[in-house]
Design a protein around this ligand. Structure first.
Ligand code: ADP
Length: 447
């Protein structure tokens, strides 16, 4: 087992990783930018190294600084968390060169899944259903228009290097095609440094259902059931739950087996997520694979009673997984509490948290790095807490979530709590009958 793990991340996920390391008797090294000097991850880790100024490029994405921090502290492994360098194959490779274990899959696996076109091709070979599409980059207008006609409108243009819901455009008819392609491609170049776009059938009213998997260095892959992530705003997840109200045992198992095939096809090592879209006829299609721990992993941890970070570390250290699949024993819902003004187009609301009281009680979990007096830096993402509730049934879980949201008090900045309170009361949400477009016609009422 590792002796000392450096956590190449910040915020709640850095704390989350420190907690598990403590329980595993592994020492931890936090890294931080000057803007995060007062962060809890800095205080809770055994050691902490400042790696640069606030901007992510100069700090949490600054590979030479991070490697230097790992060297001077003698860390033998690096946990990348999510975001930042978590899916950066070059970083994983550099860790290897330094003889420091990257806690995650190999650089080759990250590369294979990181490029979405290559990932889809790999899945087709592995017999995993994928969204019908262009099968390659869009290069010229005329053949692409023909292809779109063949697939059938609407189609969606997506950046091959895309992530976080960015770089996507829905095209409803041939007239819109060229313009959408050019703007999306420009956007992709600016955000991901890669203008490459591909085309897919736009699945109407789909659900986003993803399968958690784990694979070890001995070729064994198992699934740990699904997470329903259809409550999204601009293709970004706000609420996740397990079980999905839409899945029955049969569909869960079929999707689980497809996810296992996806993992096996690349000899996947580590924990990962295979994302699918499911249409109303219960057809499901592979969308992409995330080769890292995800924000919404606690939902799975709560329903199967399992520490995914621990599993990740054990796999990286060369331990075998049991190989059995895991099924939900409870219901869990996670809501993302972001410092955003829901009455002002979810605009980020940086500032100082004046008072902070987090929900407590049976079946309530709060993963957060903030506290009263904490100054939210404007440089990073706006998520300040994840509130996760679990109960025997979905209905009880929603009731518990309402109670927990009522208890949660954050003063000084605006948060998404008012939105979540209204969502929990919404009849359509409660019925479980919704799709990824749910929030398009959801109106937030004044408090
Ligand atoms: P990202 O990597 O940016 O998160 P994804 O490929 O995971 O992008 O897609 C994010 C979301 O975009 C999905 O959850 C879904 O809501 C929507 N989406 C993506 N592809 C399609 C599609 N072919 N049809 C309909 N919706 C889609």
């Amino acid at each position: 087992m590792f002796n000392k793990v450096l956590i190449a991340n910040r915020g709640e996920i850095a704390l989350r990783i420190i907690r598990t390391c403590r329980e595993m008797n592994i020492k931890t090294v936090a890294i931080y930018s000057t803007a995060d000097r007062d962060s809890l991850h800095v205080r809770f880790a055994d050691e902490a190294v400042c790696i640069g100024p606030p901007s992510s490029t100069d700090s949490y994405l600054n590979i030479p600084s991070i490697m230097a921090a790992a060297e001077i502290t003698n860390a033998d492994a690096i946990h990348p968390g999510y975001g930042f360098l978590a899916e950066n194959a070059d970083f994983a490779e550099i860790c290897n060169e330094y003889g420091i274990k990257f806690i995650g899959p190999s650089p080759e696996m990250i590369r294979k899944m990181g490029d979405k076109i290559t990932a889809k091709e790999t899945m087709i070979k592995a017999n995993v259903p994928v969204v019908p599409g262009s099968g390659g980059l869009i290069k010229e207008l005329e053949p692409s228009l023909e292809k779109a006609e063949e697939i059938g409108y609407p189609v969606i243009l997506k950046a091959t290097a895309g992530g976080g819901g960015k770089g996507m455009r829905i095209v409803w008819n041939p007239e819109e095609f060229e313009n959408a392609w050019l703007t999306a491609s420009r956007e992709a170049a600016a955000s991901f440094g890669n203008p490459g776009m591909y085309m897919e059938k736009y699945i109407e009213e789909p659900r986003h259902v993803e399968i958690q998997i784990a694979g070890d260095q001995f070729g064994k892959v198992c699934h740990l059931s699904e997470r329903e992530c259809s409550i999204q705003r601009r293709h970004q997840k706000l609420v996740e739950e397990c079980p999905s109200p839409f899945l029955d045992e049969e569909l869960r198992e079929r999707m689980g087996q497809s996810a296992i095939k996806a993992g096996e096809s690349i000899n996947y090592e580590g924990v990962g997520t295979v994302e699918f879209l499911v249409d109303k006829y219960k057809n499901y299609y592979f969308m992409e694979m995330n080769t890292r721990i995800q924000v919404e992993h606690p939902v799975t941890e709560e329903v199967i009673d399992f520490d995914l970070i621990k599993e990740q570390i054990k796999i990286a250290a060369g331990e075998k997984i049991s190989g059995k699949n895991y099924y939900p024993k409870m219901h869990a819902i996670e809501v993302r509490i972001n410092a955003e003004d829901v009455y002002n187009d979810f605009r980020p609301s940086a500032g100082k948290i004046q008072s902070f009281h987090s929900s407590k009680g049976h079946g309530v979990r709060v993963d957060t790095h903030v506290y009263a007096g904490y100054q939210i830096p404007p440089f990073y993402d706006s998520m300040i807490a994840k509130l996760i509730c679990r109960a025997q049934t979905r209905e009880e879980c929603i009731t518990k979530m309402e109670r927990a949201l009522d208890e949660f008090i954050i003063e000084g900045v605006k948060t998404t709590i008012p939105f979540h309170k209204q969502l929990m009361k919404d009849e359509r949400f409660r019925s479980g009958n919704f799709h990824t477009g749910f929030l398009n016609d959801f109106e937030i009422q004044p408090e």
